[in-house]
Design a protein around this ligand. Structure first.
Ligand SMILES: [Zn+2]
Length: 286
């Protein structure tokens, strides 16, 4: 499942390709992927994509001269977006793909947005957990309210983060995974950030010191670094150029159980915490 850095990477890539394009037709291959909404095509024809925004892992397409019409898209487990230009060159991302997936549309293509310039954007989803769905401005605002600020945002407030974290009674790992507190941190990045800050995942959030909270906030940069190199790819992610993202090379604890910690030489452990497989160093994470 793509985490936030991967979704952000796909979003940035697609923005370059589809912003300014006008929808000529919408071909629906599976109704579930458009939330069983038969009005999708009628409502999107002749609309020009203005931007692609994002809330957490939800992508939000907006349209020129439309203040109350948005298209939400979520990749969930196996979703992929592929843009095909006039020459047949493909750019896309999401779930891991092979050459067969690039002969578009494929049997897993669920909806295709054809543009007036004869290019197209295909949404593939093998397991059908993902969706594309029309939304009003009020619905977008409602979705936005469910998410806290993102550590990758330049405006992210470390003082606020520390104060709020230190009032929580759950494990620090559970607190960081709570999307209504901070948005976008998934399992991999929480483990990596906790290792960087030298805080054990099982520690109660209200026992984290001010200095540790500040270190954790600084460790949020792990996500920015990951976006810069294309994210992690060992699960289901390939970036829009079809290249492997290579943040996996930088992982210090996630998936490293049994190996030696690069900071202190202790053996990395894997436990269950906050319902998730959790990796940490018992030597230097207190
Ligand atoms: Zn260590």
């Amino acid at each position: 499942m793509p985490e936030l850095p991967e979704v952000e990477h796909v979003r940035m890539q697609l923005r370059h390709k589809v912003v300014g394009k006008t929808i000529d037709s919408v071909e629906i291959f599976h109704n579930k992927t458009v939330a069983f909404d038969e009005s999708v095509e009628d409502r999107l024809i002749n609309k020009t994509i203005e931007d692609i925004d994002r809330i957490g892992k939800l992508m939000i397409f907006s349209f020129e001269n439309e203040n109350d019409l948005f298209l939400l898209a979520h990749l969930k487990m196996t979703g992929q977006f592929f843009y095909v230009d006039k020459q047949g060159d493909v750019a896309g991302g999401g779930h891991t793909f092979t050459k067969v997936d690039l002969d578009l549309p494929t049997r897993h293509t669920r909806v295709t947005f054809h543009f007036t310039d004869h290019t197209a954007l295909h949404y593939n989803d093998m397991r059908l957990f993902g969706y594309t769905k029309l939304a009003t401005a009020a619905e977008v605002a409602e979705a936005r309210e469910k998410f806290g600020p993102e550590p990758i945002d330049d405006e992210f407030d470390c003082d606020w983060f520390g104060e709020t974290l230190r009032k929580r009674k759950t494990s620090v790992k559970a607190a960081l995974l709570d999307q209504s507190f901070v948005a976008g941190l998934g399992n991999i990045y929480v483990d990596e950030a906790l290792w960087r800050a030298q805080v054990r995942p099982t520690r109660r959030a209200n026992r984290v010191t001010k200095a540790e909270a500040a270190a954790l906030c600084a460790a949020g940069s792990v996500m920015k670094e990951s976006i810069a190199v294309g994210g992690t790819t060992f699960q289901h992610f390939k970036d829009t150029g079809g290249e492997n993202g290579n943040f996996t090379d930088y992982l210090q604890v996630f998936g490293q159980q049994g190996t030696k910690c690069s900071r202190c030489g202790s053996t990395i452990k894997k436990i269950r915490c906050a319902g998730r497989g959790t990796h940490y160093c018992p030597g230097c994470q207190k």
